[in-house]
Design a protein around this ligand. Structure first.
Ligand SMILES: C[S@@+](CC[C@H](N)C(=O)[O-])C[C@H]1O[C@@H](n2cnc3c(N)ncnc32)[C@H](O)[C@@H]1O
Length: 281
């Protein structure tokens, strides 16, 4: 039996439609097919009756099945665009989110010149460190993570973007293995409380790495985080952190107790309290 490109894509979209809106299902099925056949959008539409060989058909069918089981689209295609740059992703790293683009925008708005030293705690795919390095042509950036697998993914992204001379990757539990002081500490740390975990979407809960999402004991974790961050900031240096509305008030208090000043909480574009920004006096 011949497997035709358009026919298979439509069948894939019909299956996905049970789990998502029709337009989204069609777009995802089309993109998965293009991913398997390595086709541009233009080439995809050129010959709808093109035949798929057996192996491509099975690869496509397997991707559709995995997507229908909730596996995130970005993991299936192995990439996600962030700040208009493509990053490799896999289940060892959080899929970069639009809110984190907003965190970067806060930093860029408040710093017209490149700071000399920046540290990104919990770098994951390396997306924050890489975008800051691309925006500012000078300055040194350290990017730390507790996960060796995440650091390997960050390493590949940094190499792919030609930023290996600007960004140093460090395996570290928070600041334990970080030396020296910085002008900016940026972090999108885990901020889902254990009791909130069950409320997450299935795609996130079942597939994204738990170490990237869940903070076991927020008070202990963030007390240590703010104390170490303050210790590693230069006078006048700032911390930019992403978080959740459920934690930000407690974090504000912990930041204050650690000695931070000018602490403010900013909302994201959806109107939710999302970012904590503070200064070392
Ligand atoms: C929410 S993800 C953020 C990833 C990436 N920065 C982003 O914004 O897409 C949190 C990251 O923090 C890392 N992490 C968790 N606990 C950590 C710790 N104690 N020290 C350093 N990194 C940690 C996780 O491995 C994960 O990569």
């Amino acid at each position: 039996m011949a497997y035709r490109l358009q026919q298979c894509t439509e069948a894939g979209a019909r299956l996905l439609k049970e789990f998502m809106a029709g337009a989204e299902a069609r777009r995802e099925a089309r993109t998965l097919m293009r991913h398997v056949l390595k086709l541009s959008e233009h080439d995809f539409f050129k010959d709808p009756l093109a035949r798929l060989n057996r192996s491509d058909f099975h690869r496509f069918a397997s991707l559709i099945r995995r997507r229908a089981k909730g596996e995130p689209f970005a993991y299936l295609v192995g990439k996600r665009e962030f700040f208009s740059v493509e990053f490799q992703v896999n289940p060892s790293v959080l899929i970069p989110r639009p809110e984190t683009e907003e965190l970067i925008e806060h930093i860029l708005k408040e710093h017209t010149h490149a700071p000399a030293r920046i540290v990104d705690i919990g770098t994951g795919s390396g997306c924050i460190a890489a975008i800051l390095a691309m925006q500012w042509k000078a300055g040194e950036i350290l990017a730390a993570d507790i996960s060796v697998d995440a650091l390997e993914t960050a390493r590949r992204n940094i190499l792919e973007l030609g930023l290996e001379d600007r960004i140093t990757l460090i395996h570290s539990d928070l600041f334990e293995r970080i030396q020296g002081s910085f002008d900016i500490v940026v972090s999108n740390p885990p901020y889902i409380k254990k009791e909130e975990f069950a409320t997450l979407d299935r795609d996130v809960r079942d597939f994204e790495p738990g170490t990237a999402l869940v903070v076991d004991n927020p008070e202990t974790f963030y007390r240590r985080f703010f104390a170490q961050a303050l210790q590693h900031l230069n006078t006048g240096g700032r911390i930019y952190m992403e978080s959740s509305p459920a934690l930000l008030l407690a974090q504000r208090l912990l930041a204050e107790q650690a000695g931070f000043v000018d602490i403010r909480i900013e909302k994201d574009l959806s109107g939710k309290e999302r970012f904590l920004i503070a200064r070392k006096a």
